[in-house]
Design a protein around this ligand. Structure first.
Ligand SMILES: *[C@@H]1O[C@H](CO)[C@@H](O)[C@H](O)[C@H]1NC(C)=O
Ligand SMILES: *[C@@H]1O[C@H](CO)[C@@H](O)[C@H](O)[C@H]1NC(C)=O
Length: 177
C-alpha cells in the first residue's frame, strides 16, 4: 500500500513537471480540428487559418478579405467580372498602374498600364498615345503620336528632329523643297 502511494506521488510529480516544462518551452496545443457542422468560425474564430484569416459570420466561412474576389474588403462584396481583389479593393489589373498585371505590381518609370503591361505611351509602338494604338509598319511613336520618320517634318529621321522653314523631310532627311 505504501509503495502504491509513493508511486502515485512520483507519477504526479512527473506529470506536473511535464506541464510546467511545456508552458516554459512555449509548447502550444495542436490546431483545432477541420471545421465541421457545428464547429464554424462564427462560433469558433480559431478555425480560420493564415491563408483565410477572416470569418464571414453570415456564411460561416473563413475567407481572405484582402484577396477574395467574392469577399473583397468586406464579406459579400463581389468584384465585377474581370477585376481582381488587391488588398481588399476591386481592381482592373489590365489597366491599374499600381497593380499592373498583378496585385501590388506598380509601374515605376512608365506612365501607363495597358493589358497588364507597363508602357510609356509617348514611345510605345503598340500603345502610342493610347492603349492599343499600334504604329503601322515602318512607323514610329513620337511623343505619343504615330509618325513616319521618313517624311514627317517634325520628326524627320528621329523623333523631335524638326526640319527648318521651307524644308521637307524625305528619306528621313531635311531638304529644301
Ligand atoms: C488602382 O488601384 C488602387 C488600389 O490599389 C485604387 O485605389 C485606384 O483607385 C486604382 N486606380 C484606378 C485608376 O482604377
Ligand atoms: C518599310 O521599310 C523597309 C526598309 O526600309 C522598306 O523596304 C519597306 O518598303 C517599307 N514599308 C513601308 C510600308 O513603308
Amino acid at each position: 500500500m505504501e509503495s502504491l502511494k509513493i508511486f502515485s506521488l512520483l507519477l504526479l510529480t512527473i506529470t506536473s513537471s511535464f506541464v510546467a516544462l511545456s508552458a516554459a518551452s512555449g509548447w502550444s496545443p495542436p490546431p483545432p480540428p477541420v471545421p465541421s457542422a457545428g464547429y464554424t468560425c462564427d462560433k469558433h474564430p480559431g478555425v480560420c487559418n493564415v491563408a483565410t484569416p477572416n470569418c464571414c459570420k453570415k456564411t460561416k466561412t473563413c475567407v481572405n478579405l484582402n484577396t477574395d474576389k467574392l469577399n473583397c474588403g468586406k464579406c459579400g462584396k463581389q468584384c465585377a467580372s474581370g477585376k481582381q481583389c488587391c488588398k481588399g479593393k476591386c481592381v482592373n489589373i489590365q489597366k491599374n498602374r499600381s497593380n499592373c498585371g498583378a496585385c501590388g505590381y506598380t509601374c515605376l518609370n512608365t506612365d501607363h498600364c495597358c493589358t497588364g503591361i507597363c508602357v510609356n505611351l509617348k514611345t510605345n509602338i503598340l500603345n502610342c498615345g493610347a492603349c492599343g494604338n499600334k504604329c503601322g509598319l515602318n512607323l514610329s511613336c513620337c511623343n505619343g503620336k504615330i509618325a513616319n520618320l521618313q517624311t514627317n517634318k517634325k520628326h524627320c529621321g528621329v523623333c523631335q528632329k524638326k526640319c527648318g522653314k521651307g524644308n521637307v523631310c524625305s528619306n528621313g532627311m531635311c531638304d529644301y523643297a
